[in-house]
Design a protein around this ligand. Structure first.
Ligand SMILES: [Zn+2]
Length: 482
C-alpha cells in the first residue's frame, strides 16, 4: 500500500492517525448491515452468491424437516448429502446465508425467503411439540435412545446415523443467525425452545456420557449454547455449553500442547470457537488462551500460503506437508470458513493486526477462489498438487459440507473490514465499501482497486463535530507504508 488519502466532508472531523499493529483493548465489529460493498471482486462474489441462494427451492430444503415432523411436503428433498443421511444440514446453513444477505444487502427477496423458512420451521417445531426441529432421518428414535443413556458414538456416526449432532448444530446456528444478524424475532423463541429440548434430552446424562456423545462430530454445539446464554442471560445454557465442550481436544490446548496430528481438522475448529465463546461469557482466561494457542498453532505451523490447512480433511504432521502437496484432496474450504470465524472472535478480544494478516490472506487466496464465479457452486478441496484442478459443486445438485459453509462465505465480506471501540475506528481491510457508523453520524467511503492498485482513498462525512482515533492496519506485506 503506497498511498493513502483521507478526505473529510460536512462538519468538523478531528482525526488522530495511527498505524496499528497491536492494541490491547477489546473492540467490536460493526453489524453486517452497517457495511455496504462497492464494486469489486468481493461485491461480485456476493451478488453471484445471492443469485445462487435465491435459485434454491426452499420447499426442497424444508422437506426433511416436514418429513421428520410428520407433515406432508409437496416436493422431494434435494439429493446428494441432503437425502443420504445429512438431510436438513443445508437448511440450517441456508438460514445463516439468508440472514447475512438480508443484513449485507437489504435484499427484499432474501428477507421474504428467510421469514418464510423460519415460519415453516416453526410449524415443524410446533408439530413435534417438544421443542425439537431437525431433518435427521429417524432422528426421534436416536434422540430417545440417547435420553435413555444408549450411546454408540464413532467419529462420523452416532447410534448408526451420520453425524446427527453436526447436522443439528447447523439448525441451531441458522436460527441464531436469523435472529442476531437479521433480527427475526420468531427465530429467537425457536432457538431457545430447541436449546431447552437439548437441555431436557441430556439432563439425566452424566458428564462422562456427554463426552462420549462428543466423540461424534458435532460442529460447534458449545458455541451455540454459549450464544444462547448471552442472548438470554441464563447461566444454565452456559453450563450446557461447558458440558458440550470436548475435553479430549481442550485439555492439550490448555497445556499449550499441539496434539493435532491425524485428527479430523474441521471437527476441531468449531469446538475451539466454542471454547472461546464460553471463555467470553465466563471470563475464563485459560479457555481463551487455549483457543488462541490453537489458532497460533494452526496458522503458524499447519497452514499453507492460501490460508488453508489439512489433507483429506485431516491434520498431517506439522513438520511434513508432503501428503498435502501430493494429494488431490488439499485444504478443505469449511476449515478456512471456521478459521476465519475463530479469527474474528480472537481479533475482537485483542485487535492485533496479526489476526487480520491471516484473515486477509485466507479471504483473498482461498475463500474468494472457492466460488464458481459465473454460476455459484463451491469447492470442497483446493488441491496444492502442482497443475491439478479444482471441482465446483453443481448448483441444485451438490450439497456437501463446503456447499453449506460456502453459501455463507460470500455474504459476510463486510464482517471485518472495519471495527471500533468508543472513540476509535479501525480500518482493517482494503476492500471498497461504505461504512455507516450511526451512533457517530459518520459515513466512511473506502475506494480502492487493491490488489490491482497500491492505494486506498478514505472519505469521511460527519453530521456533527467528531473526534476520532483512526487506526489503519499496516499489513505484514506492506513495506514503506505511508
Ligand atoms: Zn467442508
Amino acid at each position: 500500500m503506497k498511498k493513502l488519502s483521507l478526505k473529510t466532508l460536512g462538519s468538523a472531523l478531528t482525526l488522530s492517525l495511527l498505524f496499528s499493529s497491536t492494541q490491547a483493548q477489546q473492540v467490536e465489529t460493526f453489524p453486517l448491515s452497517s457495511v455496504r460493498l462497492l464494486p469489486g471482486p468481493f461485491q461480485q462474489a456476493q451478488q453471484t452468491d445471492l443469485a445462487y441462494i435465491l435459485k434454491l427451492n426452499p420447499e426442497r430444503l424444508l422437506a426433511p424437516y416436514r418429513r421428520e415432523a410428520g407433515l406432508s411436503s409437496a416436493v422431494k428433498s434435494y439429493g446428494n448429502w441432503e437425502n443420504t443421511g445429512l438431510d436438513g444440514h443445508i437448511g440450517g446453513h441456508y438460514l445463516t446465508a439468508l440472514a447475512q444477505m438480508v443484513a449485507a444487502t437489504g435484499d427484499k427477496d432474501a428477507t421474504r425467503r428467510l421469514n418464510y423458512m423460519v415460519s415453516v420451521l416453526d410449524s415443524c417445531q410446533r408439530k413435534n411439540g417438544d421443542g425439537y426441529v431437525g431433518g435427521i432421518p429417524g432422528g426421534k428414535v436416536i434422540w430417545a435412545e440417547i435420553k435413555n443413556g444408549k450411546i454408540d458414538a464413532g467419529t462420523f456416526s452416532l447410534n448408526h446415523k451420520w453425524v446427527p449432532l453436526y447436522n443439528i448444530h447447523k439448525t441451531f446456528a441458522g436460527l441464531r443467525d436469523a435472529y442476531l444478524i437479521a433480527g427475526n424475532q420468531q427465530a429467537k423463541g425457536m432457538l431457545i425452545a430447541l436449546t431447552d429440548w437439548m437441555l431436557n434430552l441430556t439432563a439425566s446424562l452424566s458428564d462422562e456420557q456427554i463426552q462420549q456423545l462428543l466423540i461424534s462430530e458435532h460442529g460447534g454445539l458449545n458455541e451455540v449454547f454459549a450464544d444462547v446464554a448471552a442472548i438470554t442471560g441464563d447461566k444454565k445454557y452456559l453450563k450446557l455449553a461447558r458440558r458440550f465442550s470436548d475435553q479430549s481436544t481442550l485439555q492439550p490446548l490448555l497445556n499449550q500442547k499441539d496434539q493435532l496430528n491425524g485428527l479430523h481438522a474441521n471437527m476441531q475448529i468449531p469446538k475451539v470457537i466454542g471454547y472461546l465463546r464460553v471463555a467470553q461469557q465466563d471470563q475464563d482466561a485459560a479457555w481463551a488462551n487455549a483457543a488462541d494457542f490453537f489458532w497460533q498453532t494452526v496458522v503458524h505451523h499447519r497452514t499453507v500460503s492460501i490460508g488453508g490447512n489439512s489433507v483429506r480433511e485431516h491434520f498431517h504432521p506439522a513438520t511434513n506437508f508432503t501428503s498435502m502437496v501430493n494429494s488431490v484432496e488439499g485444504p478443505e474450504t469449511c476449515n478456512s470458513y471456521n478459521m476465519l470465524k475463530l479469527t474474528e472472535d480472537l481479533y475482537r478480544r485483542q485487535p492485533s493486526s496479526a489476526y487480520v494478516d491471516y484473515y486477509e490472506r485466507t479471504l483473498y487466496n482461498h475463500i474468494l477462489s472457492s466460488q464458481n464465479p459465473e454460476k455459484g457452486g463451491f469447492v470442497y478441496f483446493t488441491p496444492m498438487r502442482p497443475q491439478h484442478y479444482r471441482v465446483y459443486s453443481q448448483p441444485q445438485e451438490g450439497f456437501w459440507c463446503c456447499v453449506g459453509s460456502g453459501m455463507e462465505n460470500h455474504g459476510k465480506y463486510g464482517q471485518l473490514i472495519y471495527a471500533h471501540d468508543a472513540s476509535s475506528l479501525y480500518v482493517n481491510l482494503f476492500i471498497p465499501s461504505v461504512l455507516t457508523w450511526k451512533e457517530k453520524g459518520l459515513t466512511l467511503t473506502q475506494q480502492t482497486r487493491f490488489p490491482e492498485e497500491e492505494q486506498s482513498r478514505l472519505s469521511f462525512k460527519v453530521t456533527k463535530p467528531t473526534r476520532l482515533a483512526l487506526h489503519l492496519r499496516q499489513p505484514l506485506w506492506a513495506k514503506g507504508f505511508r
